[in-house]
Design a protein around this ligand. Structure first.
Ligand code: DX5
Ligand code: ZN
Length: 221
């Protein structure tokens, strides 16, 4: 397992040439495809669903696809995304009536499961789940849009979650999503994250490889 994973958020990719753009960012050195699903109900924006995930697989994308569900209700979409080729499925606990059941449903469908915490969502949702989670995702912006600024208070929250993961002894990825850039990724890693979602920071640049390499060299320092 690589120590640090870079997961470009395709929310900022070119949707008119999505397959091509995703292939390009993977060739540029990305590890995981971060796939943002928004429903205009749980969050005030509308994006893509299982058909697009399947289309990326049909196009030949083989990297892990990390499906970030910003939808309510959650459960109905899980079998569809698993069938469409999702590798990881994360959801927001306040969007599920039965959190343990949703986690189990994801695992029963052969995917890795993760909980997502908005900037002001308390961490107590982790209390009885540490042995069932593959990923914990902390939002460092309020969900719904790319291109927002990193909320600095998330660094303390990251340290707290890192402590809980280490204490648990489980191999849980700590993912961060929102406002991740070359100039803050090192501090974010120092606070405990090991999987970095970056949308606008990568896709707004003409040379994806250069940005990803800069991020990796920040992480290596
Ligand atoms: C926001 C999404 C993020 C977003 C990140 O709701 O979950 O994945 O695309 O975009 P940047 O990196 O531009 O903040
Ligand atoms: Zn996301």
């Amino acid at each position: 397992m690589k120590e640090f994973l870079i997961a470009p958020s395709i929310l900022s990719a070119d949707f008119a040439r999505l397959g091509e753009d995703v292939a390009r960012v993977l060739t540029a050195g990305a590890d995981v495809v971060h796939f943002d699903v928004m429903d205009n109900h749980y969050v005030p924006n509308l994006t893509i669903g299982p058909m697009v995930c399947q289309a990326l697989r049909n196009y030949g994308i083989q990297a892990p696809i990390d499906v970030h569900l910003m939808v309510k209700p959650v459960d109905r979409l899980i079998p569809d995304f698993a069938k469409a080729g999702a590798s990881i499925i994360t959801f927001h606990p306040e969007a599920s009536e039965h959190i343990d059941r949703t986690v189990q449903l994801i695992r029963d469908h052969g995917c890795q499961a993760g909980l997502v915490f908005n900037p002001a969502t308390p961490l107590h949702y982790l209390d009885y789940l540490m042995d069932k989670l593959d990923v914990i995702l902390l939002m460092s912006v309020n969900p719904g849009f790319g291109g927002q600024s990193f909320i600095p208070g998330t660094l303390d929250k990251l340290r707290e979650v890192r402590r809980r993961i280490d204490e648990s002894g489980h191999a849980i990825r700590l993912e961060i999503d929102g406002g991740v850039k070359v100039d803050n990724i090192r501090a974010i890693a120092a606070a405990g994250a090991d999987m970095f979602v970056a949308g606008s920071a990568i896709f707004s640049q003409p040379d994806y490889q250069a940005v990803i390499q800069q991020m990796r060299s920040e992480l290596a320092l």
